[in-house]
Design a protein. Structure first.
Length: 318
C-alpha cells in the first residue's frame, strides 16, 4: 500500500507539472517571472513562478500565478548556473507537452479524435519572449539574485528579437520583491531595537555568566529556541522530544505555534516570521525550562533561553 501511495504521488506530481506547462503555453502573454530559493539539509532548492492574466466571469481579469517548478536543485548557486538550469527546465516542461501530444496520437489515431490534438499546445509555446512586452522579472535583493534577474531580462530581449518583435515594442521591467524589501526594513529595525535594549539592561548583562552567551538579538534568540524546541529534533542538545511530551500532557488546550525555519540558513524574514510565534509560545517554553533549570541536566542552551524569556525588556521587544 505504501508503494502505491508513493507511485500515486509521483504520477500526480507529473500531472501537475504538465497542467502548469499547458496553462502557460496557452497564454499569449506572461506578466511576471519570479524565482526564489531556500536551503534544506544544506542543499539549495529553487522555485519558478510565472503570472498570467485569468479572465473573470464579469468580463474583467486578474493575475494568476502558476508554479512551474517547485524543487529545482541546481548544481551550484551561481547566477550563471541557475540561469542555465532555469532555461533547461523550461525546455523540459515543453518536452512534457510534446510527449503528451505524441501519446495522444498513439492512443487515438482515428480521424474522429483529431480534435484532441488541438487541445494540447506545442512545447515551443513555453518561451521567454512572452515576457517581452511589459512583463516583469522580480527577485530578492541579494547580489546573486540581481545578477540572475539581469541574465533573464537580457535573455527575454534576445528571444524577442529572434522572433522579429520590433525593438520599440520590447519592454521588460526588473523589480525587487517587496516581501524581501519589507523583511530588510524589519531586520534593520530589530538591530536598532537590540542596541536600545542592550543599553537598558547593560548592568544585568554584566552579572550574567558569559558562558551562557546571553545578548539582546532576537534573531539569535530564535536560532536558540529552534535548536531547543523544534519538533524535528535535529539538534543533539535540544529537548524537543521531552517538550513534546509536556505539550501532550497539557492536552487540547495547548496552542503551540511553530517557529518558521529559523535555522534554515541566512534568512531575512527570521524575526518577521518568528516573533509572533515566540511570544505566543513563551509561556510553554518557560514552564518547561523551569523544571529543567532546577535539575542537574541543565546545559548552556537551556540557561540561555530561560534568561532571555524571563527578561521583561526582551519580552517587550518580542
Amino acid at each position: 500500500m505504501a508503494e502505491r501511495h508513493s507511485t500515486a504521488r509521483t504520477v500526480l506530481g507529473i500531472i501537475c507539472e504538465v497542467l502548469a506547462a499547458k496553462k502557460l503555453a496557452e497564454a499569449e502573454k506572461w506578466y511576471q517571472f519570479h524565482s526564489d530559493g531556500t536551503t534544506r539539509r544544506k542543499s539549495a532548492w529553487y522555485n519558478v513562478l510565472i503570472s498570467i492574466k485569468e479572465a473573470l466571469g464579469d468580463g474583467g481579469n486578474q493575475l494568476e500565478t502558476i508554479m512551474l517548478e517547485l524543487d529545482l536543485i541546481p548544481e551550484n548557486e551561481k547566477a550563471d548556473q541557475l540561469f542555465k538550469e532555469i532555461a533547461e527546465m523550461l525546455k523540459e516542461k515543453g518536452g512534457l507537452l510534446d510527449q503528451w501530444i505524441a501519446k495522444t496520437k498513439e492512443l487515438y489515431p482515428e480521424e474522429e479524435y483529431a480534435y484532441l490534438l488541438d487541445l494540447i499546445p506545442n512545447g515551443d509555446k513555453l518561451k521567454f519572449s512572452k515576457l517581452s512586452q511589459g512583463g516583469a522579472v522580480t527577485h530578492d535583493t541579494c547580489n546573486g539574485a540581481i545578477k540572475l534577474g539581469k541574465l533573464i531580462r537580457e535573455h527575454i530581449r534576445k528571444c524577442a528579437l529572434e522572433e522579429k518583435i520590433p525593438e520599440s515594442q520590447i519592454l521588460v521591467f526588473e523589480i525587487d520583491c517587496w516581501h524581501h524589501l519589507r523583511n530588510i526594513w524589519i531586520d534593520e529595525m530589530t538591530k536598532r531595537l537590540s542596541i536600545r535594549v542592550k543599553a537598558l539592561v547593560r548592568d544585568s548583562l554584566e552579572r550574567i555568566p558569559h558562558k551562557w552567551h546571553v545578548g539582546t538579538s532576537l534573531k539569535t534568540l530564535l536560532y536558540a529556541v529552534d535548536k531547543e524546541f523544534a519538533l524535528a529534533c535535529n539538534y543533539p542538545k535540544g529537548r524537543a522530544d521531552k517538550f513534546e511530551n509536556m505539550m501532550w500532557d497539557i492536552g487540547e488546550n495547548a496552542n503551540l505555534v511553530p517557529i518558521t525555519q529559523a535555522t534554515g540558513g541566512t534568512r531575512q524574514d527570521t524575526v518577521c516570521e518568528g516573533a509572533q510565534a515566540l511570544y505566543m509560545n513563551r509561556k510553554y517554553y518557560v514552564q518547561f525550562l523551569n523544571h529543567v533549570i532546577d535539575s542537574s541536566t541543565a546545559n548552556i542552551l537551556d540557561s540561555n533561553i530561560f534568561v532571555h524569556l524571563t527578561c521583561k525588556e526582551i519580552i517587550a521587544s518580542i
